[in-house]
Design a protein around this ligand. Structure first.
Ligand code: EPZ
Length: 417
């Protein structure tokens, strides 16, 4: 198992280009199941999760080829519309194949994802929506068995905004008979990107990005050819890497309108952030100022940047109050940050972060994707050497992060643990 070793204390300088978005690519690849023929995805990041979904589609009988940043998926012949537990347990986003399989092939057998490190993460909203569209859903032996002759348009009201729930039902409704109206939808940029991809396939979707999405089902879709959008969470992570080191960095590819809430909080904490021709430039203060923040569905502060901003605030002037409202167990980075000298007290969904004058390097353990990113950020600031173990968590969602940070002047390398 690889580890990442960081000798901290160097402010980051220079420019870095972010990769394509993991959370936009995954649903778009799943959407390729909706049409016979070969879909093309350009600017696809080299990530473990993308490889996992590719393996799942091959297992079903699709053809998947990668050449550099371009991925091709031929979903003409999908012999086995099923996703096994072995594959789904390593990546819960596999549940995104459920909607496409049911609506194109009339049946699907997908393992229930089970919980994960950050929370129970049920898929009840996905299943409730598919039933509303006329699918027969049975749960047996840890699998969802879904059947439908042809899905029928319906109105679906989500109990809460769910990103992959919105995406799954958008894909299912795209080939349903008649109009579907989805209410209380997630509004993330990745949902908009999926709707644009489905419309490029011949779908008729309106309203993505708002909480009400209307889908007029069609009889057939054609393959897509799309460029994936930049990864806003990687962009936010790199802005925060500059913040925690007191650096000056141009994050190329970062789009301000994907990061309003994060930019507002970083400015409140003393960062100077200016849009430049092809990205965002951040000039950070030597020490951040404490800020309170609360995570929420888009356009609120993204839960996927909570751990990274908390790392920055662990060396701020003053105390910050962090409230995590999206997942029930997303503070696992706290005990690791505390081992590096951070002063953080957790009370349920709230963490109080009292800024300390310095962090000290230590061996720490990654527990989930974004927690591992926050430990890398803390290592960039800490005095001495930090070794982040189990970086396979990091490799799920960040393409060559240590190379990107090295290019910005960080003293960081990957080692065989
Ligand atoms: C997506 O997960 C992202 N993953 C997550 O990113 C992200 O943290 C999350 O959205 C929130 O923004 C992908 O897009 C592949 P949700 P998703 O359904 O769709 C509850 C990362 O780091 N819920 O929006 O699984 C759920 O438990 C990952 O890249 C139900 O109760 O998240 C959670 O509390 C981590 N029932 C809340 O809704 C359901 O049927 C939001 O979850 C579905 C969700």
């Amino acid at each position: 198992m690889d580890a990442i070793e960081i000798a901290g204390g160097k402010p980051l300088h220079g420019e870095v280009k972010i990769s394509g978005s993991k959370n936009a690519t995954l649903p778009q690849i799943a959407a390729s199941l909706l049409a016979p023929g070969t879909s093309i995805f350009r600017g696809v990041p080299e990530l473990a999760d993308i490889r996992t979904l590719g393996r799942l589609l091959v297992h079903m009988g699709a053809r998947v080829d990668r050449e550099g940043g371009t991925l091709r998926v031929d979903a003409s012949a999908v012999a086995k519309p099923e996703a096994t537990y072995e594959l789904v347990k390593t990546m819960r986003a596999s549940v995104l194949v459920l909607g496409p399989l049911v609506t194109r092939f009339g049946r699907a057998r997908v393992s229930l994802p089970g919980g994960c490190a950050i929370g129970a993460r049920p898929i009840d909203q996905h299943l409730k929506g598919l039933e509303a569209l006329g699918a027969k859903i049975e749960l047996s032996h840890g699998y969802v068995e879904a059947k439908a002759d042809r899905l029928r348009g319906a109105t679906i009201l989500f109990d809460l905004p769910t990103v992959t729930g919105t995406e799954n039902l958008m894909m299912a409704a795209a080939l349903a008979d008649g109009r579907s109206i989805l209410e209380n939808c997630a509004r993330e940029p990745e949902v908009i990107a999926l709707a644009e991809a489905l419309n490029a396939m011949g779908g008729r979707i309106a309203g993505a990005g708002t909480s009400v999405i209307t889908i007029d089902g069609v009889d057939a879709l054609r393959p897509m050819d799309v460029e994936v959008i930049p990864d806003r969470i990687e962009a936010g992570t790199l802005l925060m890497a500059a913040m925690i080191t007191g650096g000056d960095v141009l994050v190329r590819g970062a789009k301000a309108d994907h990061l309003d809430a994060a930019i507002a909080k970083l400015r409140e904490a003393g960062a100077k952030i200016t849009p430049e021709s092809d990205g965002l430039r951040v000039i950070a203060p030597q020490k951040p100022t404490a800020v309170d923040f609360i995570t929420a569905p888009f356009p609120g502060f993204p839960t996927d940047l909570q751990a990274q901003l908390m790392a920055c605030l662990s060396v701020a002037k003053g105390a910050s109050r962090v409230v995590e409202t999206v997942f029930e167990n997303r503070f696992m980075h706290v005990q690791e940050l505390s081992r590096m000298g951070a002063d953080i007290a957790i009370d349920g969904h709230t963490a109080v972060v009292r800024g300390v004058t310095r962090l000290s390097g230590a061996p720490v353990m990654a527990t989930d994707l974004r927690a591992s990113a926050s430990l890398v950020l803390a290592g960039l600031r800490a005095e001495g050497t930090t070794t982040v173990q189990r970086v396979y968590h990091l490799d799920r969602g960040y393409e060559a992060l240590e190379a990107k940070l090295q290019a910005l002047g960080a003293n960081i390398r990957r080692v065989k643990a």
